[in-house]
Write a protein that binds this ligand. Sequence first.
Ligand SMILES: [Zn+2]
Length: 196
Amino acid sequence: MPQFDYPCPDCRATNSLHDADCEFEGTPWPEVEKAYTDIVARLTAAPTEESELYDAVDGEWGALHRAALERLKRDERVTEGNDVLRLRTSEEFREEVSEPTREPMRTIYRNGSVPGCHDNAVFAMIAWYEMVGLSWSETRENVIEWLRDSGAWARGGFEEPSPEALVDAKRHVYEAGYGWKEKAEAAKRVIDRHRG
Ligand SMILES: [Zn+2]
């Protein structure tokens, strides 16, 4: 199945298997990619106000462009300050995303996993780093560090003898490029109960 560089703006699929309720199910991929490249090309040239972006695309600024821009913002590829949109450099992006700032990842990152959600939390962390474009070795390093620094490892409940062994045993999650959202939401629920 062909894979695409940009995720579906609605469900984040990178192949034709959209979520059941996805707004863009059936939209031809060249159209999806064009919406992204229109925006990225304009922002690569220079930071710009959002309204100027509408004029920069050839053809109509429609639902797909709107959704693609939202996705770029939500995924922190594009930042907004004083009404000006700016594309993050890839270096800046990788630095920025190594600390998840939005829910449900924020809770998992800050509080660490607790017994009862280890599988989901570690899965989500790996899948999330994969999604934001970190290499396997960067992902591995970040997740191992997170297991130690968040206190998750010290809480116990893992079968593996070390954080390294645990993360290595989950490499398939990275390779398969699974989505992080459902696992992350499930893990956050357990962590919230644990804290509550
Ligand atoms: Zn979709």
